[in-house]
Design a binder for this molecule. Structure first.
Ligand code: BV8
Length: 247
């Protein structure tokens, strides 16, 4: 298998998707037994779906919150922690995953682009209450209310048709600019993602446009596989621990 040299000249931006958590037992979205197979995306992961049926949305997210609380990080998560410790501020991890497993594994330089299952916020845009940590698994048939304004609480997740947090995008952009102008080697590695969802799926193009080197680690070919210069097919929990050559 090809190895990825991680030395003092390397800047590494990693993007992870559901495939990295799959080996911890967290279901992916697309493909066999994927979450979207029996849950119509637009009804459970969109603001329209929440407005129409908040009970159904909370049932979906409470189920996933309970599921994610019951699993542990896998060797793929651990490899990324080791890479971060080796590269320091020349490493950044952008994740589409909302299960919190990267932080639980010890990753610190993490951008949770699509939010976090263990955070809740008020759905009333006028309300000043900030998103808060919340591990409560709300019983089916209940929609929690905001104690400040009485509005409905919602999962702190970026749904389809919603904008990602500009601060998150800025952090990724800023890292990429520094990496591209460092005079060092700028590497982008995507792991466990189908490359179906934007703007995350467009990151590979941005890095290529900036002259960076691109790697994909995935079980199956991704929608944007052709856009990667290097591709390693396999399970992230098996590939990642062997891929990185830390010098
Ligand atoms: C936005 C929250 C601006 C839900 C999610 C440009 C072009 C086209 C469309 C758009 C565009 N810009 C915006 C859009 C619309 C939309 C979009 O991209 N639609 C797609 C479907 C075409 N994007 C948005 O709405 C985004 N907002 O851009 O704002 C805007 C606003 C209004 C109008 C226009 C623009 C918001 C996107 C965020 C949506 N929220 N999640 C939740 O998580 O509950 S996305 C959802 O999909 C998850 O976050 C998930 O992370 C993400 C991507 O899925 P993957 O992680 O890749 O998982 P998947 O199951 O698909 O694939 C797993 C892969 O792993 C597979 O390839 C498999 O082979 C592999 N695998 C499996 N096991 C393993 C493995 N690999 C390795 N090892 C294993 N063991």
């Amino acid at each position: 298998m090809e190895t990825l040299l991680l030395d003092s000249n390397t800047w590494l931006l990693v993007l992870t998707g559901a495939g990295v958590s799959a080996e911890s037992g967290v279901p992916t979205f697309r493909g066999m037994n994927g979450l979207w197979e029996d849950q119509p995306v637009e009804q459970v992961a969109s603001p329209e779906g929440f407005a129409k049926d908040p009970l159904r949305v909370w049932r979906f997210y409470s189920q996933r919150r309970a599921g994610a609380a019951g699993v542990s990080p896998n060797p793929g998560h651990d490899a990324l922690v080791a890479w971060e410790r080796h590269l320091g501020d020349r490493f950044l991890l952008a994740t589409q995953n909302v299960d919190g497993l990267h932080s639980r594994a010890g990753s610190q330089r993490v951008v949770e682009m699509h939010g976090n299952l263990f955070k809740t916020r008020c759905s009333n845009d006028e309300c000043k209450r900030a998103p808060f940590d919340d591990t409560t698994v709300y019983p089916a048939g209940t929609v929690p209310g905001c104690k400040d304004c009485g509005g409905l609480l919602r999962p702190h997740i970026v749904w389809f048709g919603e904008y990602l947090d500009p601060a998150d995008l800025e952090r990724i952009q800023d890292f990429s600019l520094r990496a591209a102008s460092s005079g060092g080697r700028f590497v982008f590695l995507a792991a466990g993602t189908s490359g179906a969802v934007y703007p995350a799926a467009g990151m590979v193009d941005q890095v290529r446009g900036a002259g960076g080197e691109t790697w994909l680690v995935n079980l199956d070919p991704a929608e944007n596989s052709r856009r990667f210069q290097h591709s390693v097919q396999g399970k992230s929990g098996e590939v990642l621990p062997k891929l990185g050559r830390l010098v």
